[in-house]
Design a protein around this ligand. Structure first.
Ligand SMILES: CCCCCCC/C=C/C(=O)SCCNC(=O)CCNC(=O)[C@H](O)C(C)(C)COP(=O)(O)OP(=O)(O)OC[C@H]1O[C@@H](n2cnc3c(N)ncnc32)[C@H](O)[C@@H]1OP(=O)(O)O
Ligand SMILES: NC(=O)C1=CN([C@@H]2O[C@H](COP(=O)(O)OP(=O)(O)OC[C@H]3O[C@@H](n4cnc5c(N)ncnc54)[C@H](OP(=O)(O)O)[C@@H]3O)[C@@H](O)[C@H]2O)C=CC1
Length: 284
């Protein structure tokens, strides 16, 4: 495995991580960096063939001297029983779960007015309820007694998420869930944080949002996740780290089109001033 991590080799030797959506895009990058740092990684998602191919690719890069192992396990995070089975399979195989990275998720773009209830629920179930299932099951089966670290991948939804309102609502809910769980589970030695990426290059993101062009997908977040999992972040919990090069401070892909649906101005001199402002012949 080419040494690319900025962290100390062996930092996560003998630790065990579950990375949902670990076979593609951002989740794959996180899994590869964890493996490079010696962690055993369980990559999990719905499409088992793609997962197995990703695991095989990762295995080829692990040096023989490394204790790291990668295991692909199928699981739809929307299904609570499948998540229970995932957690018990990991414990059977590795005997511990130190880290959970809730990266599995997705959505489709649609104006809110055209979203069906089924589509809305599919996105909320995946991104919010799926994350909750994974946190709850890992906590109950392991972290409550032994501690651990959870990182949730959310999104740059700080100014709303027009065009994908369902995912914006789900990710904002996970930001809040992060704080609640961090407090409820602190006494068990569990830290819970989130990472909010800006727009990141991934093959599937390109396929899904290709109209928006490759220039949008340009940054990387796996080292931020590894930092939050590491002892270097031992005093950080209940927080969301924005990894977006400042995008959330200045950037919006959406503009409100020109319109004439302004609210009524109050009576008096302000109304006169507004009429003057809206008058195309105004000199203002
Ligand atoms: C606009 C700005 C874009 C740039 C910013 C990008 C930031 C974010 C980037 C990323 O997240 S990259 C990750 C990209 N990958 C994905 O998002 C995954 C692809 N999406 C999905 O798999 C689905 O959208 C899903 C809903 C999340 C999961 O679907 P699932 O397979 O479980 O259910 P389905 O049976 O397919 O659908 C259920 C229901 O949902 C509605 N629906 C699904 N897809 C669409 C669509 N493309 N358009 C409109 N509606 C959709 C629909 O109601 C489906 O029910 P049926 O109509 O099929 O009965
Ligand atoms: N790329 C970007 O710009 C941004 C991405 N994000 C978020 O980051 C995460 C990773 O995105 P990215 O790598 O770009 O995209 P990908 O589409 O490559 O990753 C999504 C992963 O989630 C898995 N997944 C989807 N639904 C489920 C499910 N129900 N159960 C289990 N696994 C599931 C998919 O695998 P499978 O289909 O096999 O289940 C896939 O591996 C996602 O949550 C995404 O929304 C957030 C902000 C920006």
């Amino acid at each position: 495995m080419a040494a690319s991590s900025v962290f100390r080799p062996g930092l996560f030797n003998h630790k065990v991580a579950i990375v949902t959506g670990g076979g593609t895009g951002i989740g794959k990058a996180i899994s590869e960096e964890l493996l490079e740092l010696g962690c055993n990684v369980v990559i999990s998602s719905r499409k088992v063939e793609r997962l197995e191919a990703a695991a095989e690719e990762m295995r080829q890069k692990i040096p023989a001297s490394s204790p790291a192992r990668v295991t692909p396990l199928q699981c739809n995070i929307r299904n609570e029983d499948e998540v229970k089975d995932l957690v018990s399979s990991v414990l059977k195989r590795y005997g511990r779960i130190d880290f959970l990275v809730n990266n599995g998720g997705g959505q489709f773009s649609s104006p809110a007015e055209h979203m069906s209830s089924k589509g809305w629920k599919a996105v909320i179930d995946t991104n919010l309820t799926g994350t909750f299932h994974c946190c709850q099951q890992v906590y109950a089966a392991w972290m409550k007694q032994h501690g651990g670290v959870i990182v949730n991948i959310i999104a740059d939804m700080w100014k709303g998420f027009p065009g994908m309102a369902h995912t914006g609502a789900a990710r904002a809910a996970v930001d809040n869930l992060t704080k609640s769980l961090a407090i409820e589970w602190a006494a068990s030695g569990v830290r819970v944080n989130s990472v909010a990426p800006g727009t990141i290059f991934s093959k599937t993101a390109m396929e899904n949002y290709k109209d928006l062009g490759p220039s949008l997908f340009k940054m990387s977040i796996s080292s931020a996740v590894c930092f939050l999992l590491s002892p270097g972040a031992s005093y950080i919990s209940g927080d969301t780290l924005r990894v977006d090069a400042g995008q959330s401070l200045y950037h919006s892909m959406w503009e409100i089109p020109n319109h004439s649906a302004w609210p009524e101005a109050p009576e008096g001199e302000n109304q006169e001033a507004l009429k003057e402002l809206l008058n195309p012949k105004s000199k203002l």
